[in-house]
Design a protein around this ligand. Structure first.
Ligand SMILES: Cc1cc2nc3c(=O)[nH]c(=O)nc-3n(C[C@H](O)[C@H](O)[C@H](O)COP(=O)(O)OP(=O)(O)OC[C@H]3O[C@@H](n4cnc5c(N)ncnc54)[C@H](O)[C@@H]3O)c2cc1C
Length: 415
């Protein structure tokens, strides 16, 4: 049977592509049931989940970043809040936006329009590799696509620990010379992990030591590699997206927002290809252009993750202090947040059902006009955030406060 689109990998990137292809004959393949393969701390910007109508998955909203360096803790209020979310719920919501068929199978290799899987051969008019850092199909076509020297590695556990804010620890002497640790509170629990910028996989003892400092113990673990450099987004006729295309950012390791962003745009382009509005070659060129437009930001973060851990501590402390100045913090956050994709095309379901009035609660997240046709031309639908305030306006309750209550009432017992 030939499908309009065949997507290998049904996590953030693959599901975002499928959501835009509602009404087409789409096959989603994954080696695990959808929503069961959480390998991350599931932290992202609230605005991207809201833009895609996925905010019911939010567990806790955070309006500050907390960076711990040797001897100093710096708190950075963020005008555009981050959140932690429930992976299974997000995958379910995203899947419901599309109407793709799902087959539990491992994609093995690819020849022209045929994908060989553990459950037989499937054909697709367009084929997307969204299978994560391994790029199961792309690396079959191009064996040198996945470079080990361009992979970070992270290990994480979930522990009963409540807090507020997204915390990062940078302590090259005590922790890891080229690495970082984090704690992302998510309601009643926190996702606590450690990551190596050199792709070092022996992180278990380091994670245990780090947890012991917080009087905590590891309870199971998950994690894996995450890329920090872009790969070719089109190999032959195959489209790659998410970690498969190296869309995860260097330094911060943020890969969910890029996977959702590029996945949504790619789905939109493929919809136009399948409708005959543009040719496959035009779709490939447009997708390449979109990725290349973000290359400078990727290069900058990639450089930062190589250089920052090597700087002398006093210099790092100086930089941290500089960024604490509200004017500088505003600029840094504006660059990071704006450069990375607040303009997303609407999801068809979000367009129909989302209560956009609710966005008024969040600074800079208003003024949205939603278009119903998933295949309409992408345009800027979300105004870039208003980063005039680096803290919540006087008298306004922060989203963190609102969602602490939400998480306790609705999600506190779901783990
Ligand atoms: C420890 C850790 C913590 C992280 N924390 C964050 C965070 O808090 N915020 C953030 O933004 N990013 C985080 N990241 C990065 C983020 O997890 C990834 O960038 C993101 O998951 C990429 O999404 P994706 O859909 O491209 O790939 P994935 O989420 O890796 O999904 C790939 C899918 O493909 C399936 N698959 C793989 N091979 C095959 C095959 N051969 N056939 C069929 N299916 C296959 C997998 O089962 C999976 O469902 C973290 C990463 C790690 C390792």
């Amino acid at each position: 049977m030939t499908y309009d689109a065949l997507i290998a990998g049904a996590s953030f990137a693959g599901l975002a592509v499928a959501a835009q292809l509602r009404g087409k004959r789409v096959l989603l393949l994954d080696r695990k049931p959808i929503g069961t393969g959480q390998n991350s701390a599931c932290g992202t910007l609230v605005c991207i989940l809201r833009a895609l109508g996925l905010d019911d998955a939010i567990l806790q909203i955070h309006d500050r970043l907390v960076i711990h360096t040797p001897g100093r803790t710096s708190v950075y209020p963020v005008a555009e809040p981050f959140c932690t979310f429930d992976y299974a719920v997000l995958c379910r919501l995203l899947r419901e936006q599309g109407d793709a068929e799902f087959v539990l199978a491992t994609a093995l290799d690819l020849k022209r329009d045929r994908v060989r899987t553990s459950r037989g051969i499937f054909r697709g008019e367009v084929i997307v590799d969204a299978s994560g850092w391994r790029a199961a199909l792309g690396s079959h076509l191009r064996p040198d696509l996945v470079r080990r020297d361009r992979l970070n590695f992270g290990l994480e556990t979930i522990v009963a620990y409540k807090d507020d804010g997204l915390h990062f620890w940078y302590d090259p002497r005590e922790l890891l010379p080229m690495g970082v640790a984090w704690a992302f509170p998510s309601g009643e629990f926190s996702r606590i992990g450690i990551g190596s910028y050199q792709g070092n996989t022996s992180l278990g003892p380091g994670l245990d030591r780090f947890l012991a400092n917080l009087d905590l113990r590891r309870d199971g673990f998950h994690g894996g590699y995450f890329p920090h450099a872009l790969r070719d987004p089109v190999v032959g006729d195959l489209f790659l997206v998410g970690d498969a295309a190296g869309h995860c950012l260097g330094l911060t390791g943020e890969g969910i927002r890029p996977a959702l962003f590029f996945g949504t745009h790619l789905g939109h382009l493929l919809c136009q290809v399948l409708n005959g509005e543009i040719t496959l070659e035009e779709g490939q060129r447009a997708y390449r252009r979109l990725v290349v437009a973000h290359k400078p930001s990727y290069n900058l973060l990639c450089l930062a993750q190589r250089v920052l851990p090597r700087l002398p501590q006093p210099l790092v402390q100086g930089l941290m202090a500089l960024i604490r100045w509200p004017a500088v913090l505003r600029q840094v956050l504006a660059l990071y947040v704006r450069a990375f994709w607040l303009e997303v095309p609407p999801s068809p379901v979000a367009a129909d059902t989302h209560t956009w009035g609710a966005l008024e609660k969040f600074p800079g997240a208003s003024d949205h006009r939603i278009r119903k046709n998933a295949c309409s031309h992408p345009r800027q639908l979300m105004r870039p955030p208003n980063l005039r305030h680096s803290r919540w306006p006087e008298g306004q309750r922060s989203p963190g406060q609102q969602v602490e209550r939400l998480s306790l009432e609705r999600y506190g017992t779901t783990y």
